[in-house]
Design a protein. Sequence first.
Length: 162
Amino acid sequence: MKKVKISKKAVKKLKAFKWLAVGLALIGLLYYFKANLVVAIVNGKPVWRVSYSQEINKMAGKQAFESLLVKTLITQEAKKQKAFISEEEINNEIKQAEEYSQQQGMTLDQLLELQGMKKEDLINTIKLNKLVEKMAGTESAKMQEWVMNLQTNAKIVKWLKN
């Protein structure tokens, strides 16, 4: 095998190039993570995503947990009672929602967007509401009482720290 001689000057240039590449990579990573870690800059000070997430959890965490809990209980009870919602029922409700949105001078998609919802969210809400109607009736007080009884009788283990 033949040994290749590399001059000291070439070795120094390679090392310098390597450090330059590492430095540029670090700058790129810092820029990328800063863009993903900072949600806003207020008067020159960053608002960190971690602080934002903690605040969101404080504000909406309990409400989101309760909502998921109720949805789960309703779904479980519907399976027990073999209650289901047909596509026709869903389509009828969507048609009513479309008529309502047209009365408001917009499309259903525009109305959903204003409420921060997607059509899938609407369909899931319709399914849950229809399940509750089938299992508890359409009277609001009875529905609330029925859901409260589900919560009271359920074996719930809370893992969330509030």
